[in-house]
Design a binder for this molecule. Structure first.
Ligand SMILES: [Zn+2]
Length: 270
């Protein structure tokens, strides 16, 4: 009985984390049983083979269901990169073709305006099923959503190309200055993904947002992005939006129950 609960728990966790990992686990479990395999390492190897096989198959099958993977294998000439291979290993890099085209066009524009600049994508969506969220992003469930990293500079003001403050691009927050607009101040929601991770903050390098590039990216998104790719909204934390002087109505506040958006930019298309 305990064994069944443990297997079920692993299936649930793998499914939430990677969408197809739970299925790969069940197939590996069945194969191990059928072949009478007992050793842990052998079972783990079978699971990894099933998982890699399922991930490769997902990459081939997803376009038939309307989603394409952003590549984690960027070459030195690519101007759009996914922050870490982990995103692709966990199948978190799928978008609808128009979102991929938007991301590539944004990266190309940034490279044109600021030669050599790399644009960094973060969490996208899983390969299949509308309505299946990519946790903890509840809305990343239809291929129309994508997160980008901000552009950063070091303490001396030198631009840091393709660099983020946190190793995965998330959770290194820009802290608002005294007097900034704080729409969630004083709220204590328990059902929220607005985590502050205060204990982590001192661990991240003290880079700051590179305003020129970040503003240029938002300008492009709210003009070309809207006109050519059907961009619907952008989420940026209000204190950053104000600091960057952004007034465009496509740039909104995500609400207090959603994650903070002063560590990443969220975009979605119609
Ligand atoms: Zn997002």
């Amino acid at each position: 009985m305990l064994g069944i609960i443990l297997h079920a728990l692993i299936v649930v966790i793998l499914t939430l984390l990677t969408q197809i990992g739970g299925l790969a686990y069940l197939v590996a479990l069945a194969a191990s049983r059928a072949w009478g395999i007992r050793r842990f390492l052998a079972k783990l190897t079978i699971f990894l083979l099933c998982y890699v096989g399922a991930s490769l198959a997902a990459g081939l099958a997803a376009p038939k269901f309307g989603r394409v993977p952003l590549s984690c294998m960027a070459s030195t000439t690519d101007r759009l990169v996914v922050r870490s291979p982990i995103y692709c290993l966990l199948n978190r890099n799928y978008v609808r073709p128009e979102v991929r085209d938007l991301a590539k066009a944004l990266a190309a524009h940034m490279d044109e305006e600021f030669p050599g600049t790399v644009t960094t994508a973060l969490d996208a969506n899983f390969p299949f099923v509308n309505g299946f969220p990519l946790l903890p992003h509840l809305s990343h469930a239809d291929g129309k959503k994508l997160d980008f990293a901000y552009y950063y500079k070091d303490a001396d003001g030198t631009f840091l190309n393709g660099v983020t403050r946190s190793p995965i691009g998330y959770f290194a927050f820009e802290e608002p200055a005294p007097g900034d607009e704080l729409p969630c101040q004083g709220r204590h929601d328990w059902l929220t993904t607005r985590w502050d991770f205060d204990a982590l903050q001192p661990l991240f390098p003290a880079y700051r947002i590179e305003e020129q590039r970040t503003s240029a990216a938002v300008r492009w998104l709210t003009s070309e992005g809207v006109a050519r790719f059907g961009l619907e909204k952008i989420f940026i934390e209000p204190h950053l939006k104000n600091a960057l002087g952004i007034t465009d109505s496509h740039v909104r506040f995500q609400g207090c129950r959603a994650a903070r958006h002063d560590d990443h930019i969220h975009i979605q298309v119609e």
